[in-house]
Design a binder for this molecule. Structure first.
Ligand code: ZN
Ligand code: ZN
Ligand code: FE
Length: 762
């Protein structure tokens, strides 16, 4: 006879729609012999189960332990129900009129099951480059609008063949409700074009592509979120050619390798880095080059690190399997600093000049999404660029806030929309100085609002009056605007992802951010909560001769600091900058500084790094933002002895001002003593860590605060992040850093949203 029956209603919230959750529940219920139903609702998934108590307990525990790979459960609540006459388990379609709040999954790497099928000669999808299932494949970049249904994706124009349809309709199939389901019969196809815009009739575009790459040609390859420009990374001439055509001088190229072993032959890889490389998100992971790394220097000149990633589309796997490549440069398909190309027509036009061939397909990419970039520091994977694979998964907040649109900064822009206790950051939009990036910015805002069904009640923006994102915000009608100071937003971003409330000591270090006094901040220590901040300490202000020109030419800051602290005569001594810069230019810069013309004041840490890099002889001019600081760190001789350079502290106008006279005296002495650059770099970085720790102690004594947040792009600097964290922790501080969103300007929008939510007093 039947044991006692019970019935339970289970509410599941989180990322549980469009990720194979209902068929998973169906299978569990079936295996545990439970009757009932499962359906999507506005807030997640509602399950009803009826059966023996033990079976239901088992069902609940498996719900947690066997969650499908793409799903993420944030909460489960269970309610008792009275039993009804129920014998079987059903998947119930949601009501059409019900507002179903669907979280769209990010695009993820092809799964092991699909790969096995693709390389199985007996399988009907043998070598099919668009194979996918409920556990893998494109999502975010093919969705036009919600609900997540094939008709609202760029798969709409492909009608499923009967066999694909049968899989799609069968709850026991791995492809149940897999919207992009496709095969040779019914799905997208590859096509090959040459750079002059001619279609190439071939029955095997992959083999032709492989042959071209082997011959040292450059091929534009259409991927998940846009095009890559591919070249054989072991062929120095091919890599050089790609650099010339892309007009990319020294910025390193990302390299795709076939598997973990191939990655390990080029770079040192620890367990966390190995996991990151193989994760579903497949970011580009920055790794330390091995001494025996035999790729040509042109791949990543002057760098100790190399950005590696593993294949993530079926097509990538085919290229490696058929071509046998050890490594391919796979850099984003654009001319320098333009957004990545996604459209076939656009690609033929823009990329035809850069590539010899274009390997394309007829499944549209609706929204561009660049590769994500990350690095492991202190055993934690930290995003430098949070994009493909991560977006649009939310950052979970510790409290509900009103719907806010935050439009980010100017460089490495992302935007953020909030809903309840979730913050949705957009993919990497890029530098808004560029007109094409600006239109992408517009499009990303509309698309995110659309697929998330969020109508913001306020717009948060940076205080900088000239940022295009600020202009955009000011052009919107009908919504209140909230300006948020740049470094306050950095600290709030760190607080938000760490679920902090109340006041913290915030170290915000970066290159540039508009200050409330109209000067350019960037070496700031704030006492902050979400609603406000006081500026407790700063690097001493210094003039930037030539304004923005100083950002491109580090020697200008060397002139400024040396003249300020040691007097103009210090420039008569022999310095590395004299070898590259014309004396008249140096004189001109000096005069600008002395007279205060064309010389805005900055407390930016990035500018201090510029000056030190120039004096140490590392670099007088840069080709990309942050290059001097990056190379200054890379040059560091970790084993160097020699004392840390001294900094001074002074109380001025109610705050601590960090002076650098001692630092520049010592630097000048080291230059004349011909101390190697690596030693100077080490002494500089140690000195900086020491003074910041000292500031933290002083502020704790005054405020009783012992929680420290580290944010701003400077904390991509491994040495500072590690050493400052270690020294502060040893001093009894609780140290919080970022690992969900970038600590650089890519994470600003999250902080802006949090500040705006608290300033609005809602
Ligand atoms: Zn799959
Ligand atoms: Zn089919
Ligand atoms: Fe910043």
């Amino acid at each position: 006879m039947n044991a006692v029956q019970v019935r339970r209603q289970i509410h599941v919230s989180g990322l549980v729609q469009g990720v194979g959750f209902r068929p998973f529940v169906y299978r569990l219920a079936d295996e545990e012999r439970l009757a009932g139903s499962v359906m999507n609702t506005a807030s997640g998934v509602v399950i009803e189960v009826q059966g023996e108590l033990d079976s239901i307990a088992q069902f609940l525990s498996r719900l947690h332990s066997e969650t499908p790979p793409l799903a993420r459960i944030t909460r489960i609540t269970v309610v008792d129900q009275s039993c009804i006459d129920d014998r079987q388990f059903r998947i119930v379609e949601s009501h059409k009129d019900q507002a179903v709040h669907t979280l769209i999954s990010p695009d993820v790497t092809v799964c092991g099951d699909c790969l096995r099928e693709m390389f199985d000669p007996q399988d009907r999808r043998y070598l099919y480059p668009f194979i996918n299932c409920t556990n893998c494949g494109p999502r975010f970049t093919i969705v036009r609008s919600i609900p997540y249904d094939r008709g609202y994706t760029s798969m709409a124009e492909f009608e499923m063949c009967p066999r694909c349809q049968a899989e799609h309709d069968d709850p026991r199939s791995r492809r149940f409700h897999a919207q992009p389901n496709a095969c040779w019969q019914c799905g997208p196809r590859l096509e090959l074009w040459n750079g002059d815009g001619w279609f190439i009739a071939t029955h095997d575009p992959v083999a032709e592509t492989v042959a071209a790459l082997r011959a040292g040609r450059i091929v534009a390859v259409k991927g998940l979120g846009g095009f890559h420009l591919a070249a054989d990374a072991t062929n120095a001439a091919a890599v050089e050619l790609l650099r010339e055509r892309k007009r990319r001088v020294e910025k390193p190229f990302a390299v795709m390798v076939p598997d973990l072993a191939a990655a390990g032959a080029l770079c040192h890889i620890d367990a966390v880095e190995g996991e990151a490389l193989q994760s579903r998100q497949r970011p580009i992971v920055l790794l330390r080059k091995r001494a025996g790394c035999n790729l040509p220097e042109q791949v990543a000149p002057f760098h100790r690190e190399l950005g590696l990633f593993l294949p993530y589309t079926p097509l990538h796997h085919l290229l490696f399997a058929i071509g046998g490549f050890k490594a391919l440069v796979m850099t984003s398909g654009n001319a320098s600093e333009e957004p990545i190309a996604i459209d076939n027509e656009e690609a033929r036009e823009r990329l035809g000049k850069l590539a010899d061939f274009l390997l394309m397909h007829n499944r549209d990419i609706l929204l561009r999404c660049d590769d994500s970039v990350a690095r492991v520091t202190g055993n934690t994977l930290r995003p430098l660029r949070r994009s493909r694979g991560f977006v649009p998964a939310p950052v979970f907040l510790h409290q509900e806030i009103p719907p806010i649109l935050a439009v980010g900064g100017e460089l490495k822009n992302t935007i953020c929309l909030t809903s309840g206790a979730q913050a949705f950051l957009s993919q990497h939009i890029g530098d808004l100085e560029n007109l094409a990036a600006y239109s992408f910015f517009n499009q990303a805002i509309e698309h995110l609002k659309n697929i998330l069904e969020i109508e913001p009640v306020a717009i948060a923006h940076d205080l900088h009056p000239d940022y295009l994102s600020t202009h955009w915000a000011q052009e919107q009608r009908g919504l209140p605007l909230i300006g948020v100071q740049h470094h306050h937003a950095h600290i709030a971003s760190c607080m938000a992802e760490n679920h902090l409330d109340g006041k913290v000591i915030g170290f915000a270090l970066d290159g540039t951010g508009y200050g409330t006094d109209g000067n350019i901040w960037g070496g700031e220590v704030l006492i902050a909560d979400y609603a406000g901040f006081t500026r407790a300490a700063q690097l001493e202000y210094m003039p930037m001769p030539g304004g923005a020109a100083a950002i491109h030419e580090p020697w200008r800051m060397a002139v400024s600091y040396l003249a300020h602290y040691l007097g103009p005569d210090a420039l008569k001594n022999r310095l590395p900058l004299h070898e590259e810069i014309h004396p008249a230019q140096i004189q001109l810069a000096l005069r600008m500084v002395e007279r205060g013309i064309y010389s805005p004041l900055t407390s930016g840490y990035g500018r201090l790094c510029d000056a030190v890099a120039s004096i140490a002889g590392i670099r007088q001019k840069v080709n990309y933002e942050g290059q001097a600081a990056i190379e200054l760190e890379a040059a560091m001789d970790d084993g160097a002895d020699g004392a840390a350079y001294p900094f001074e502290l002074e109380q001025r106008a109610g705050r601590l001002v960090i002076g650098m006279e001692g630092l520049f005296r010592a630097l000048a002495r080291d230059v004349s003593d011909r101390v190697p650059a690596g030693v100077m770099s080490a002494r500089f970085h140690r000195g900086l860590a020491d003074i910041l720790v000292k500031v933290a102690h002083l502020l704790r004594a005054r405020t009783d605060l012992d929680r420290v947040c580290l944010s701003g792009g400077t904390f991509n600097n491994v040495f500072l992040l590690k050493n400052l964290s270690r020294q502060l922790s040893a001093g009894g501080f609780q140290v919080f850093t970022q690992n969900q969103v970038p600590c650089g300007d890519g994470g600003l929008s999250l902080g802006q949203a949090m500040v705006a939510a608290h300033l609005r007093r809602l």
